[in-house]
Design a binder for this molecule. Structure first.
Ligand code: UT7
Length: 349
């Protein structure tokens, strides 16, 4: 039976470190509040001019490709997960293809925010299992720093997010007990707007309090992405943090158990849970409710904040580099976020 294995993994984070105290330059907050509510001590912000979501993804990809013992020219498909693409369109996948001088292979962008990497991994897994591709590059990368409201008004969101990228190369394996055992993807759009960035977008939902009929065509076009949007402060992410937290606390354990049950395994079989790094409190809650032993949940949100689609591959890469992900280990990836979408993957390394 053919499965997909993680043949190589890499990560890249910008050099520019912002401690919680550095955030005080922009807003009314405190190191104590941020650490107590989120566990975050510092985050990385990309270089404003030189680094983009794509360039960071490329740096992570170069390492993953090298560790997989292959070359960029051997990659036969790209899946790129991000919510902060370089351009509204085209996606980052094609920019990676260009930047890494790859063959004219397929490139797909996944827009699933915090669960983007697990979704991307699942897509790649299906292509490997079907035999269609043999070397797939999966990237999760974010440049949040460019689109955050760094004033006090945006502090509940802006202190959380950071920039960075992670990547893996998936290849087929026929080894008896190796590879991605299963992936599980879910969504519920009924709360789509409580963790969202409305613009640029073609919707009119958030204008409903005003009378759309009163606007002419030029004004409506202007709302799509322009000074009206900036004036109305609708160009920043919005999050109802407590509501998201509550739902995350339900869906994380649910989707982890779904993966374990599917494979006839229990929480005791997990060698390392690598959850999306949304909030250290969520990870600690998971460890407690799922009765996972100390050291079995990997966290690095303290150093990087929430890097959305990049958080799982960055965490997995660091865990691997620290010797916490070894051949034969059972690794569980789990994510929850905007959409809502949530997902898990169970991998025998
Ligand atoms: O990755 C995608 C999924 N995302 C998540 O899973 C995030 C889930 N949510 C969370 O992690 C938490 O809700 C947050 C960390 C975002 C916020 O923590 P919270 O404990 O839920 O705080 P809150 O939003 O209920 O705000 C509590 C208070 C408010 O003040 P008042 O109204 O009680 O006076 C906020 O204005 O904390 C205030 N506050 C801050 N104070 C200092 C909000 N942000 C800050 C800040 N510094 N940065």
């Amino acid at each position: 039976m053919v499965r997909s294995k993680i043949a190589g993994i890499g990560m890249y984070v910008p050099k520019n470190v912002l401690t919680n105290n550095d955030m005080l330059k922009y807003m009314d907050t405190s190191d104590a509040w941020i650490q107590e509510r989120t566990g975050i001590k510092e985050r990385r912000f990309a270089d404003r001019t030189g680094e983009t979501t794509t360039t960071m993804g490329v740096e992570a990809a170069k390492i993953a490709i090298k560790r997989a013992g292959t070359t960029a020219q051997e990659i036969d498909f790209i899946v790129f997960a991000t919510l902060s693409p370089d351009y509204y369109f085209p996606g980052c996948g094609v920019l990676v293809q260009r930047e890494m001088k790859m063959k004219e292979i397929g490139a797909l962008d996944v827009r699933n925010q915090c669960s983007g990497f697990v979704y991307a991994l699942s897509v790649a897994d299906q292509f490997i299992k079907s035999g269609m591709y043999k070397n797939i590059l999966v990237i999760g990368s974010e440049k949040h720093s460019f689109g955050l409201d760094l004033s006090t008004r945006g502090r509940n969101i802006s202190v959380i997010f950071g920039d960075g990228a992670g990547a893996v190369v998936l290849q087929p394996t026929e080894k008896e007990n190796q590879g991605i055992l299963s992936t599980h993807l879910h969504s519920d759009g009924s709360n789509a707007e409580i963790l969202a960035m409305y613009n640029p977008g073609t919707h009119a939902n958030h204008w409903k309090k005003e009378k759309l009929a009163d606007y002419n065509d030029a004004e409506i076009a202007d709302m799509f992405m322009s000074k009206t949007m900036v004036e109305k402060e609708q160009n920043y992410p919005f999050m109802d943090g407590p509501a998201v937290f509550k739902m995350a606390a339900v869906k994380f354990p649910e989707v982890i158990m779904e993966a374990l049950n599917k494979n006839g395994l229990t929480t005791a079989d997990i060698d390392l849970l690598v959850p999306h790094q949304a909030n250290l409190r969520i990870s600690q809650f998971l460890q407690h409710t799922m009765k996972l032993e100390e050291g079995k949940v990997y966290n690095n949100i303290q150093k990087y904040g929430n890097t959305t689609a990049a958080s799982i591959p960055i965490a997995l890469c660091e865990a691997w580099e620290e010797g916490k992900v070894k051949e034969g280990n059972l690794i569980c990836l789990a994510a929850f976020g905007s959409g809502f979408t949530w997902a898990s993957a169970l991998i025998r390394m």
